[in-house]
Design a binder for this molecule. Sequence first.
Ligand code: KE4
Length: 429
Amino acid sequence: MNLSKSETLFTEAKKYIPGGVNSPVRAFKSVGGSPVFMQRGEGSKLFDVDGNEYVDYIGSWGPHLFGHNPSFIKDALLSSLENGTSFGAPTEAEVKMAKLITELVPSVEMVRMVNSGTEATMSAVRVARGYTGREKFIKFEGCYHGHADYFLIKAGSGALTFGVPTSPGVTSGNAADTLIADYNNIDSIKALVKENKNQIAAVIIEPVAGNMGTVRSTDEFVRELREICSEEKIVLIFDEVMTGFRLSKGGAQELLGITPDLSTFGKIIGGGLPVGAFGGKKEIMEFVSPQGPVYQAGTLSGNPLAMSAGLAVLSYIKENPDVYNKLEEKSKLLEDGFNENLKSLNKKFAFNRVGSMGTLFFTEQPVTDFNSAFTSDTKLYGKFFHEMLNRGIYLAPAQFEAFFISLSHTGEDLNKTIKAQYESLKAIL
Ligand code: KE4
């Protein structure tokens, strides 16, 4: 496979951009080799600068529920562009977007638009602190909520892959107010709540985690977590930046049947443009400035161009809720093919899938939390990644990520992927 233009661009990029990329996981550090520079996306395909074609399972890390460049999003953007890009003043599109999110996610009574998942989660924790008057909050080891200082304490995703549990530059003050619990382990929550009575403002969780690889919270765990937060008056925040509008119309909270106090969104709600959001109970959201005292702001928050893409996506979902059945069909086909391969190769690697997101872990033990995920052989994953890449399949360049299936993945794409997986596993085992 000719990757010469990508290699030349990477050498150039490293002169001007730290690590040659604008987000660490893209640098292929944990899988080795240099990143492929992409030129164009169309449906389920990505095309790199050397003209190679890939079936894409990153989907820009989750936003592309409908695949790359669907015409209904492009048309919405083009017509919005006629009126300009951003005014820094309220627009009707923002009212429509807020109403649509509150309609699709019943737990969200009020919502604030921001420009990234990090802004959404950072703001949600701040408003929970302002609302409760408490300073500490709990996150789970292996969950990633973006790069705000108080989250980079044993974060998952890139930091986990880099094996750097706490990022330099994060102050001990931040670390002191961030408590770490173990995913799917309610005793770890009970212990922290006991040790920090009436000091915990919030618990933030990926209700279905994607950033330690894909790991579903158990029904019992998440039900007990909800009960404890209600009893202790702790704000329960569902970080649905990845799962929102991915796992169902109402996200993971609809799938799990649990009502959080606040939710955060990103990725899909921007249709590929920079959009995030946080929202939930009116009595909490009313604390957000300028209605309440908790400051939060953003120059481009809710800008009409990004809203036009978001409105197109959420309106499509509202009018076509059967998209989730279609996604399930495609995802099940891939899962069955993968499991067939593992069986015929007599390998019991853990394969976790929830809806149209999933992860093949290179470990033979079940993966239910950070520690079990971490037993994966990341070197072997790196070899697998490159074998698949050479066969035209573009997976996440890191073991502790999820792959995403879109509505544009065809049966042909999926069968090609299953075949490539078999050949790749045979080549490395
Ligand atoms: P952003 O700030 O990257 O838009 O969102 C942060 C975030 C928050 N919460 C969850 C559950 C997330 O998955 C993310 C971001 N996800 C990563 C992928 N694991 C983004 C990819 C990257 O960092 O380049």
